[in-house]
Write a protein that binds this ligand. Structure first.
Ligand code: DAT
Ligand code: MG
Length: 148
């Protein structure tokens, strides 16, 4: 089954949005396969965002990600990468629809509360980076009430 990497950024942790965000993914029916509260250092954050290293906002983005602990998660389910991005909303909260996490809880692009992998391949890379020990293998007992 497909997996994605979801991270609640330092602003989301500081603002007490962890429970609310986890709840949205849980209620949808996705399964939590990895979870940790972790502070990362600059080289690690630079690796996570390496595809954006040429962007003018890169240093500010890295400063933000290392400014406090983040909640790193692996979520699993059918189409979880694409659906996870929809639950999160557009990158710039000014364009995120109400009902999405960024649409409901964020205003500025540089404080947009949450990260989600943008493709199955980037999800695989990000899960390997953040969870070198691998996700937890378990299956929810309500699986048959969510999938036909
Ligand atoms: P997303 O997080 O929606 O996948 P992204 O991968 O393009 O977006 O960029 C990563 C983060 O970088 C994004 O969540 C916020 C920040 N960012 C992106 N574009 C930006 C911009 N034009 N100005 C400032 N920060 C930006
Ligand atoms: Mg991205």
């Amino acid at each position: 089954m497909e997996q994605t990497f979801i991270m609640i950024k330092p602003d989301g942790v500081q603002r007490g949005l962890v429970g609310e965000i986890i709840s949205r993914f849980e209620k949808k029916g996705f399964s939590l396969k990895g979870l940790k509260l972790i502070s990362v250092e600059r080289p690690f954050a630079e690796k996570h965002y390496e595809d954006l290293s040429a962007k003018p906002f890169f240093n500010g983005l890295v400063d933000y990600i290392i400014s406090g602990p983040v909640v790193a998660m692996v979520w699993e389910g059918k189409n979880v990468v694409t659906t996870g991005r929809k639950i999160i909303g557009a990158t710039n909260p000014a364009q995120s629809e109400p009902g999405t996490i960024r649409g409901d809880y964020a205003i500025d692009i540089g404080r947009n509360v949450i990260h989600g992998s943008d493709a199955v391949e980037s999800a695989r890379k990000e899960i390997a980076l953040w969870f070198p020990e691998g996700p937890v293998a378990w299956q929810s007992s309500v699986h048959k009430w969510i999938y036909e």
